[in-house]
Design a protein around this ligand. Structure first.
Ligand code: SF4
Length: 455
């Protein structure tokens, strides 16, 4: 079983990388703040977006059927998948029908969630991710570590090495402009020859049956325009009721994600172009179940901007891979346990509960409240380690009994003073990366008694 603390410890071994990762993400958080402050109605936008999403969640069934009907009227084939396996099989069957072995894909966290690349590779289909960051992690045989900045944990020198190995660029050249040009040349060939293009979906408009895909590189447009078949993979929560609502979400999304006023490309796909086939695969994968849960349904409002990751002190200093789920950070920590409580029982504890994630969330998801609620659910369901269970029972006994509490306090102070290794050893995770403070001479109770008397 993977564990966030263990994986974070691995990431923390490279202190320089941690510092730089932390600073880079904080820089993006600051850019987001500046972009938000430039809009006087920012809080009003957040509230409106949140209310629209509440409306969507309360009427999801109707909006999805409306979306399906409109999309079909536009000449799009709509598929429904309840599980990742079903999603992957549907995508494969479309590709198979066209006898294609090489396809291009623009960034889609849903396909990461469904492990589509691995599945298609097993069927002999070569998928090339065309977003630069995604291509870098794909060449490195790694999952993305951030939903907007997939290779944020990579240094440019390392990317230079990677490109030298896979794309034949000169050794030692780590110039970002040069590397971007090399990637563009490498990808252009695939764009020109791929008959099938897969995209994700940022928004599906129920009123019109169209989808909107946001990219900064234009790779979704290029892939789709050159392909005979467009397959769009969409989580069922991506619906918004009307086209006029897009203005609200697009303004919030780009500013929250990177501090840009708008994503470079906001591409609308409403029907297949002449001679093209277009498919939309609507995926549930636990979303309906989440919808039925009062405590956790709000997580479905997420528009995947990544702002909660950029601000999270734990994410910034533990890295995206420590979350061992397709979506990292605070939002991943409340989505993952809903899919597999046992496997992801560690994630809601990977938080300080400072609430910064909820403060920046453009659709006002109560992320830190949900993290806290997940902890309670996990404990109630017995999904905590034996040492923690014993520890909590012990603490319960000590804290609910004043005499035992006093004895334990003076014993602890005595041990820390005379035999500090009993507390400060490698078995104590708190001690591993901290310098323990000097033990106080007396407890607060003793100090209070003395000082109250003297005053
Ligand atoms: S939870 Fe909110 S802040 Fe985090 S990715 Fe989703 S929309 Fe953005």
């Amino acid at each position: 079983m993977k564990d966030h603390a263990e994986l974070a410890e691995k990431f923390n071994r490279d202190e320089a990388r941690v510092d730089w990762h932390d600073k880079t993400l904080w820089f993006i958080r600051e850019k987001r703040d500046k972009a938000a402050w430039q809009i006087p109605e920012w809080e009003h936008l957040r509230e409106t977006a949140s209310q629209i999403k509440n409306n969507v969640l309360s009427n999801l069934h109707d909006y999805l059927l409306q979306f399906e009907t409109k999309a079909q009227q536009n000449g799009i084939t709509v598929h429904w998948a309840s599980t990742p396996e079903e999603h992957n099989q549907i995508v494969y069957s479309i590709i198979q029908k066209h006898g294609v072995a090489n396809i291009v894909k623009s960034k889609s966290m849903l396909t990461e969630e469904c492990h589509l690349n691995e599945y298609l590779l097993k069927q002999g289909i070569d998928v090339v991710d065309t977003d630069l960051g995604e291509r870098i992690v794909q060449l490195a045989d790694e999952p993305p570590s951030h939903i907007v900045l997939p290779c944020i944990h990579w240094k440019k020198e390392e990317i230079g090495e990677l490109f030298h190995k896979h794309l034949g660029t000169p050794k030692g050249n780590a110039d970002p402009k040069f590397l971007t040009a090399a990637a563009r040349e490498h990808l252009r060939q695939r764009f020109m020859t791929s008959k099938v293009a897969i995209t994700g979906v940022n928004f599906g408009v129920a009123e019109t049956g169209e989808i909107v895909v946001c990219t900064n590189e234009g790779n979704a447009d290029l892939g789709v325009q050159l392909a005979d078949v467009h397959i769009a993979c969409m989580g069922i929560e991506k619906i918004i009721p009307k086209r006029k609502h897009l203005g609200i979400f697009l303004r919030l999304l780009a500013r929250s994600a990177t501090g840009q006023p708008i994503t470079t490309y906001s591409s609308h796909f409403s029907k297949p172009h002449d001679g093209q086939e277009m498919h939309i695969v609507l995926v549930d994968n636990g979303r309906s179940e989440r919808l039925g849960s009062n405590d956790f349904r709000n997580a479905l409002k997420c528009i995947r901007c990544g702002a909660c990751m950029n601000t999270c002190p734990v994410y910034r200093r533990s890295g995206g891979h420590s979350y061992h789920y397709a979506i990292a950070g605070p939002i991943g920590a409340i989505l993952a346990p809903g899919l597999d409580m046992k496997e992801h029982a560690d994630l809601p504890f990977a938080s300080t509960l400072c609430g910064s994630c909820s403060n920046v969330c453009p659709v006002k998801i109560d992320i830190h409240d949900q993290l806290f609620k997940w902890r309670q659910v996990l404990v109630q369901n017995g999904n905590t380690s034996t040492t923690k269970k014993i520890g909590m029972k012990g603490m319960n006994f000590v804290l609910s009994n004043p005499t035992v509490y006093k004895i334990a306090g003076s014993a602890g102070r005595w041990f820390m003073k005379h035999l500090p290794f009993v507390v400060n050893n490698k078995l104590n995770p708190w001690y591993k990366q901290r310098e323990m403070p000097k033990p106080p001479e007396q407890s607060f109770g003793e100090w209070f008694k003395k000082n109250r008397k003297s005053s």
